[in-house]
Design a protein around this ligand. Sequence first.
Ligand code: AMP
Length: 505
Amino acid sequence: MSRLKKIETDKDSSGVKKPRKGRKEMINVTGMRDILPQDQKYWQAVSKVAEKVADDYGYGRIETPILEYTEVFARGIGKQTDIVEKEMYAFEDSGGDNLAMRPEGTAAIIRSYIQHGMINQIQPVKLFYAGPMFRHDKPQSGRYRQFYQFGYEAIGEPNPALDAQLILMGWNCLNELGLESVVQVNSIGCPTCREEFKKALVKYYKPKTKQLCESCQRRLIKNPLRLLDCKEEGCQKFKDGAPQILDYLDEECKKHFMKVLEYLDELDLPYVLNSQIVRGLDYYTRTIFEYWSNDDSEGKSAMGGGGRYDGLAEILGGRENTPGVGFSMGMDRIVSKLREKEINVTETYQPEIFVAQLGESAKKKTFVVYEKLRKKGFKVAQAFYKDNLKTQLELANKLKVKFTLILGQKEVGEGTILVRDMEGGIQEVVDFNKIENDIAKRLDKWHQQKLEKFTAPEEGDMPEVRPKGEKRAKDLEDFNDEADSNFEGAYGGGDAMFSGDNEDY
Ligand code: AMP
């Protein structure tokens, strides 16, 4: 298939310019995408929360390679799962090794746990990971072929308290991002009780074979548990009458599950017992769970999921009875929910000061000022490649900085620098050698004022009930509108207070 896309139009439907008719441009692989600078703030917000939760609960970061021997996933996830059967990017490399791009994190982490003898460390070994995963899935909304997950695994401890704490950790991740979710919880028992359940499922579904979708007809033979997971309308109607796994749990599995639920009750976590979630990976035992957005009643785009996998280490060549429990979160889905809900996340690059210059000697000096401020930790921007002062001030305004420091030939001669408040348009002359202290004080004052503005409603005002992010977004919008009009006012009439030799201004 060609990797070149023929461009049909000069503009797309939203009016965005495209390369001219007939031109061919390279495009990305289907189901994969670029995450552009303007989107990074969402991804970084998610990463930050994921890392914070890992720190809070004592999970250390692990990185496993993107490529593993195919066997790690085939054996770990299960040869008859959709992931291994249809979705894995698996190939033979030039040296004849069968390799696969990781479709998920857990199997490779268990491989690493065994390989590095982590069983000799204090158990459970608590690990955190984040990175791209690859599945040759049908591309559709919320489903990519390269997608990103972060996750946590606790290996070596069978206690149900750990299941409950991990469930809480995932909920906390979403909650800290401002997303409301409901945890769907189930138990699929151990391989022994599951066998009985599978038989009961086959018995129930077999007479309905002809009414099932094609995938379910295959599942009936190869992986009957997944019959419960089908999202096709024609198959949904049979779910309610299907046997329930909870009726097939043996005493130990039942006890384990009851304990998990007791802890969840104690934590007051919003969860739903859902006997129809089964998860798509074979390694799960006992507790399984998914995180559904509170506006997604069918789990069509679950934000994450996981469970216990007490047999996985043994399958991968580790010691018998090595327990484990964990979950992963889909970053792509979380980011799209943050956008959909218009949750405000902090800009990753939000400078507060801009350093502007006019004339060659001023430019040289501002290089030094910029470096000094940057090293001291100020959030500072510049455009030394621009000579025109107006252009620089326009850029400073677009970047929404609070102060612009302006240096021209005159200021260089006098040993001063101008501090322009971009909000009010007022400029003050400051001693060049005192600029760091001066600007630090001004910024402190501004931060304090912003804090008061956000936290103190006027007396008698009924505070509007809005999500936290929305409130911030609205206030910032007002603030920026104000700053825009002030800037226009100060420069629109050409009466800038700048007094340097503004040759190209
Ligand atoms: P899984 O590894 O299948 O248990 O999936 C865990 C989470 O990863 C899901 O709840 C999704 O949020 C996310 N995820 C799984 N597959 C994809 C995909 N193809 N595209 C985007 N996100 C995915």
